[in-house]
Write a protein that binds this ligand. Sequence first.
Ligand code: GLN
Length: 491
Amino acid sequence: MTDLTSLTIAEAREGLASKSFTARELTDAHLAAIEAARVLNAYVLETPDRAREMAMAADVKIARGDGGPLAGIPLGIKDLFATRDIRTTACSKILGNFIPPYESTVTSQLWRDGAVLLGKLNNDEFAMGSSNETSCFGPVTNPWRREGSNTTLVPGGSSGGSASAVAALLCMGATATDTGGSIRQPAAFTATVGIKPTYGRCSRWGIVAFASSLDQAGPIARTTRDAAILMRSMAGHDPKDTTSVDIAVPDYEAAIGKSVKSMKIGIPREYRLDGMPAEIEKLWSEGAQWLKAAGAELVEVSLPHTKYALPAYYIVAPAEASSNLARYDGVRYGLRDPGKNIIEMYENTRADGFGDEVRRRVLIGTYVLSAGYYDAYYLRAQKVRTLIKKDFEDCFAKGVNAILTPATPSAAFGIGEKGGADPVEMYLNDIFTVTVNMAGLPGIAVPAGKDTQGLPLGLQLIGRPFDEETLFSLGEVIEQAAGRFTAPKWW
Ligand code: GLN
């Protein structure tokens, strides 16, 4: 039998149905792989007992013929999703011992469909970061290394644990969240597929909030098809999230392999940055040629407000974060550091519980929302946001079906290499991804090639609102042309 951990979800689904192996065997293979890969620090909590229990329940259902679309498929869950009776921390000391009495809507839908929980995955503290280095559990290691080097690289962030675990075969797929790029950038750094759905497609209920008008859940998987399979279970209307949209969930998998003939693909000229590495340029034009070869039409488009997206994001996101994080005051959740009165207790708890990056965001957010600065920063950023959204609308109004861009401005970098002296250096990672969150659009990152050092690079496709299907069809074309990339095992 081939190693069960290297199967795709689609292959495992078939193997389970044909009784080539059981869900329990599939889960045990993953639990063993997780144990042998602790050096990657992808999981912050392993739940082997729960996993075996769920796998055995799946086996019973599969035998009865009512297994559900994800029956017996072992998944990892980003530690931002509340899991009932299972510690959920957002990788922050302030939530260090929080055990939710409820389950997030997205994860409850995965369990409804028969998936198995292997454990909780590492991420940047409160999902703030692009390298997974701000986690209170320490950084995650990317299973990919530069050829001939054993320098430890970051997997990207904030969903670094999800991307690393999927790439290292420590789960068949993972949940992730994306506020400014946290699904797509780590996917690009690890040769995995990640999709941020349209804002409102997946319920945010039970997901630790970072910036509520930008946050969206989505899957990270090893193939476009697997991402489509997971999306179908994760998406859907939820009355508990007022921003969740009541539109039927399509069979995303049916979009895999669908013709992309005569689709119009926009190539935005503003994404051609000064000093962009030649290999990113090359990857981008190669991707465009693959789509053209499949029958799509390439058109140059303009998104003139792109250059304001990053600065505007770093006002809007911290503003919302400062408000969302006000609830961690030592009273209701997690950590409490005593003080001589309630104010001192708040101060002690928050000073002790939040890491540097989170504190920076709270300070920026409070500042841009304060009287006298609100109009100059927050309000202006909101106006910029409207213009960014309009750029995309104008583009789609001209018949463009999707927009092709690089996913990241570089390949994975070393742990400790970026953002030490200047946080903006880290923020620049999101240059190609934040516009999509600002506009509420769906975006997928698909592995497309490697750089000269053998590290994976990804391309991004941006779609019309609620047209994730087109992204899956186009993503599949790129995947078929580029092939799949597996990290050589060294751990
Ligand atoms: N890197 C971005 C930030 O730090 C985006 C993070 C995310 O998408 N959660 O805000």
